[in-house]
Design a protein around this ligand. Sequence first.
Ligand code: CA2
Length: 145
Amino acid sequence: MSKSVIIINGPNLNLLGTREPEIYGAVTLKDIEAGTRAHGEKIGIEIDFFQSNNEGELVDAIQGAAGKHGGIILNAAAYTHTSVALQDAIKATGVPTIEVHLSNVFSREEFRHHSYISPVAAGVICGFGAKGYVLALDALADLID
Ligand code: CA2
């Protein structure tokens, strides 16, 4: 398998940098894409980057990673807390997946404390803003080795 990773982002993350900077920071999704691509180049990992507001498209992106990508970095956003379909997709593809959240979901509302992704993820990173994606990339690089 080539050293390639897909970074999948869920609903409303396309709005990053435009609203609620006190929670999610001032960076845009384009900034996150550029930062992770630059880090990927440094450590020899190719990156595909995808965002959708639709649950089914996120399922398709996870399924599409099988046989193509060595790992998935997933910020499923609100679907983290609701989606059995995303959990099933990760389980079915068997591609190592790291769950990322910009905010510390455990210091927020109770409903954000439960994740359908965590039980099937290789690991979880939350609370470090955009840097979390870079940390996840380093973690995946070790897993893919
Ligand atoms: O902290 C995270 O990364 C979250 O996955 C973000 C989700 C939230 O539902 C999760 O509990 C934690 C929300 C993404 C919404 O992003 C926005 C960005 C800018 C303005 C409004 C929403």
